[in-house]
Design a protein around this ligand. Structure first.
Ligand code: GCB
Length: 610
């Protein structure tokens, strides 16, 4: 078994190295596989001292040969009336999965630590020879997983999917799946201790069982060749005992494509198919084709758009034509139920607002968002920036921090590489320049380019003032030379100066690259009105948008923007009573879904910006 990414055969050697050691390699496109949902009520135990994980000498129970029954993952019950067991999942309260714990229980609002989750289930395979996997869309931040008392593995990172094979452990009756989820922040983590968003804990995305044939299609990529736009290229990767010499049928019925391919010794089959009838995916025409991959009578279907995305000098070219990205930034918070978002309804609501604003682009900040929103962006024709949670002051010199950041990036790329809407992988946000940071980000960029040579690379950088003139703004970050698209955040008129300072600011950008302003904004409490120079009023925010937009329009390389931010979002850095109340108020829409005045300022700007 070997994990894949398309394309350039020369890359395959390095890709094999990157992925092949993983015994629980990620399954993609889980919505179109044979699955059984394990969502719903899970019993939970709050464990701030990690009492169910460590013994009283602080040794982990799961490293003992025969774990004590005090280990929560053994799900033990007293054997007799005199037996002492100090926990009982079945009597414990429940949390809904998917969902963060902070917004489900008042007592957990500020909680950062360990919570144990338990779900019991019965499962009968449709065919005894089949294999079974447990798939978790995301749980924040560190997860230890156990089935029927046996350890499945550990996953680090709060925003990307992972799975474990459970074929030999699952039974027809009375399985118990237990996750220890720990969202404590740490200095060496990715993200690290300090962020400007809520550290929602818990199993925040769907959990499911996936049943597959003994040998099955684990991963694939199907996409348009960057140079020859009548060429569809693909690669399929099998997982199982008979990977070699297997025939896979590739069909795109609407294009009358039907091609049989055969796997090599590592279970991989590459193909190229010519078609002169391809309708290209774009925001105006988000055309998706049904793609069917069939192995031994089992079909895995996807809906895939074909497009190219490149840059030339200071232009971003979609299907060879210059575009501007009329966007907005977004955190993954539900405008419907509050807390972490993870439903198609949440995604419909926020992407609907972006359409209403006249937008064609979204920055999914500052970490990978759920798969619903990316798939919906494909359907609705909204271009997407996806981001790795390398934020502010990561431990640049720590090799395990790097490995963690790289792993999260790989999981994201693996999950979303077939989505036409995704055009930019962003490596990081507002990271301070240093040699160690430059090396870290350069390595990350190399990895991203190896895994996916077809998309653009960026990172939200910072800008500085010229030493000779504070009114002159420049980009002197060395990363500017490495990225494909030059992006930076700027807050003139909010964190420095007044909105009026935008009139005298000059932008001297030397790089011959497209520029995206990845953030600008001002806080406003929805419904608070007053003079345009009064902080927190809708009028101040509106004024700042007017002045900022007029200023940015003068940057000749400007090809996109994602102001900060579509909806107010929770952050512990924002305690100002009666104004913030734990919310960053830079949204154009309140957490209750009410638009502020600046929403229409931006809508007005987008209606004429070409
Ligand atoms: C930024 C950060 C973003 C913050 C924002 C703010 O530059 O990238 O995460 O939330 O500023 O509101 O200060």
């Amino acid at each position: 078994m070997k994990n894949i990414f398309l394309g350039l055969t020369i890359l395959m050697a390095s890709i094999t190295n990157l992925w092949s050691q993983d015994p629980d390699a990620l399954l993609i496109n889980t919505t179109n596989r044979k699955t059984t949902s394990l969502n719903g009520a899970w019993h939970y135990i709050v464990d701030p001292y990690e009492n169910g994980y460590y013994d009283y000498r602080y040794q982990p129970f799961d490293q003992q040969e025969k774990p004590s029954r005090n280990a929560y993952f053994t799900n033990s019950k007293p054997n007799s009336p005199s037996d002492l067991i100090e926990y009982n999942f079945d009597e414990a309260d429940t949390l809904q999965v998917p969902g963060d714990w902070n917004t489900q229980k008042e007592k957990l609002y500020y909680y950062e630590g360990t919570i144990w989750y338990k779900k019991s289930f019965d499962y009968t395979k449709t065919d005894a020879a089949n294999r079974v996997f447990v798939y978790i869309g995301a749980s924040n931040y560190k997860t230890e997983a156990y089935l029927n008392g046996k350890k499945l593995g550990t996953h680090i990172g709060g925003f990307t999917p992972f799975n474990f094979e459970v074929t030999d452990l699952s039974k027809e009756k009375d399985n118990f799946l237990i996750f220890k989820v720990d969202n404590k922040r740490s200095k060496e983590g990715v993200p690290t201790l300090n962020t400007d968003w809520w550290n929602y804990g818990g199993i925040t995305r769907d959990v499911k069982l996936i049943e597959t044939s003994p040998t099955f299609i684990q991963d694939y990529v199907v996409q348009l060749d960057a140079d020859d736009t009548s060429l569809i290229k693909g690669e399929i990767n099998l997982n199982g005992p008979s990977e070699e010499n297997q025939k896979v049928l590739v069909e795109i019925p609407e294009l009358k494509i039907k091609k049989q391919v055969t796997t090599d010794a590592s279970g991989t089959a590459s193909f190229e198919i010519k078609s002169r009838k391809i309708e290209y995916w774009s925001p105006e025409n988000p055309k998706l084709y049904q793609v069917d991959l069939t192995l031994n009578g089992n079909t895995l279907s996807d809906r895939i758009g074909f497009r190219t995305i490149t840059t030339k000098n200071d232009n971003i070219l979609l299907n060879g034509k210059s575009i501007v990205l009329k966007g907005i930034s977004l955190h993954e918070e539900s405008p419907i139920s509050k807390g972490r978002a993870n439903s198609l309804e949440d995604a419909k609501k926020v992407l609907g607002w972006i359409k209403e604003m006249g937008g064609n682009y979204v920055r999914l900040s500052h970490y990978p968002h759920n798969e619903h929103i990316v798939k919906l962006a494909d359907e609705m024709g909204i271009l997407v920036w996806e981001e790795n949670p390398v934020y502010w002051t990561i431990q640049w010199q720590n090799e395990s921090t790097y490995a963690n950041a790289e792993n999260q990036l790989k999981e994201l790329i693996q999950r979303d590489k077939n989505r036409a809407s995704v055009i930019i992988w962003s490596m990081a946000n507002e990271t301070p320049v240093s040699d160690a940071r430059n090396t870290f980000l350069t390595r990350l960029i190399e990895t991203a380019r190896n895994l996916d040579p077809t998309r653009l690379i960026s990172a939200a950088l910072e800008q500085t003032s010229s030493p000779d003139n504070p009114n002159v703004k420049i980009i002197d970050d060395p990363m500017a030379d490495v990225v494909d698209v030059l992006s930076f955040n700027q807050y003139l008129g909010w964190y420095g100066g007044t909105p009026e300072s935008c009139r005298t600011a000059e932008w001297h950008i030397e790089q011959n690259k497209p520029v995206i302003i990845s953030e600008f904004g001002a806080g406003a409490k929805q419904g608070y009105h007053g003079d345009k120079n009064t902080r927190w009023t809708e009028e101040y925010q509106e004024y700042l948008y007017e002045e900022t937009l007029a200023m940015l329009k003068k940057i000749p390389q400007l090809r996109g923007m994602s102001p900060w931010i579509l909806v107010d979002f929770r952050s512990p850095r924002r305690p100002l009573a009666n104004i913030q109340d734990d919310y960053n108020r830079k949204g154009l829409i309140s957490e209750d879904g009410i638009k502020k005045k600046a929403f229409w300022t931006l809508q007005n700007f987008y209606s004429t910006w070409e």
